[in-house]
Design a protein around this ligand. Structure first.
Ligand code: DX5
Ligand code: ZN
Length: 223
């Protein structure tokens, strides 16, 4: 499956975002990863829905929206999205997650299911028909600049095997959190397909982002 790059906008220069989005597109980034947090599901609040709609109005890059919020479906109607965009919700964020995934499809978007580090892969077992992407969190969600958790490689490899063995080899695995060049390379070998790039590899102080993107692409053998 093709390896894709998803730039985490919470790590971008928020005072220069429109230029940043254009630079990311020119650098060949595939998705804009937008972290939405409610201060309750995770102890942080970052980007919001007005920003999502503003970004959507100035670029044709697909959005990879990572909803770290409780009861995410309450907010779906606040986003002007299309069939190229992914809404990724956490398994842990709603007791009726099957219904939430169906609501994403009813909105016409792709549905992603995110699992926190401690959440077993078994949680996906009866939901695979409803997801277009599996997000294996490689840090506890909510903050940039963290370190990948110890079991991340094992969990990604197990997730790939689980999906392949159960007839869902078409579902890509996204990884999010401390995706440095080295961690990205290791996780790619384990079976990761989409890489959320933040402060660990793409948005590095005093370093040209286009240059960083080039280095990530070659390390991950992304064409
Ligand atoms: C974590 C965020 C990510 C990511 C940022 O909740 O969803 O966007 O960690 O990238 P790093 O970890 O490289 O700073
Ligand atoms: Zn994220």
């Amino acid at each position: 499956m093709e390896k894709l790059l998803s730039a985490s906008l919470m790590c971008a220069d928020l005072m220069n975002l429109q230029n940043g989005v254009n630079e990311l597109k020119n650098a060949g980034i595939d998705y804009l990863h937008i972290d939405i947090m409610d201060g309750s599901f995770v102890p942080n609040i970052t980007l919001g829905f007005d920003l999502i709609n503003a970004i959507k109005s100035v670029t044709d890059m697909p959005l990879d929206i990572h909803m770290m919020v409780n009861e995410p479906s309450k907010f779906f109607d606040m986003m002007n999205l299309d069939e190229n965009d992914i809404i990724c919700v956490h398994y842990e964020s709603d007791i009726h997650i099957h219904r939430v995934l169906s609501q994403i499809h009813a909105k016409g978007c792709k549905a992603g299911l995110a699992l926190n580090p401690q959440t077993p892969l078994e949680s996906m077992k009866y939901l695979t028909e409803y997801i277009d992407m599996a997000l294996i969190m490689t840090v506890s969600p909510g903050f940039a600049g963290q370190k990948m958790f110890a079991g991340a490689e094992r969990k990604v490899a197990d997730a790939r095997k689980f999906l392949d063995d159960s007839g869902f080899s078409h579902i890509p695995i996204e990884v999010d959190g401390n995706i440095s060049i080295e961690n990205g390379r290791k996780l790619s070998i384990c079976g990761a397909d989409i890489f959320v790039l933040g402060t660990s590899s793409l948005f590095i102080k005093d370093k040209d982002m286009t240059q960083s993107a080039k280095e990530v692409r070659s390390a991950l053998n992304v064409q």
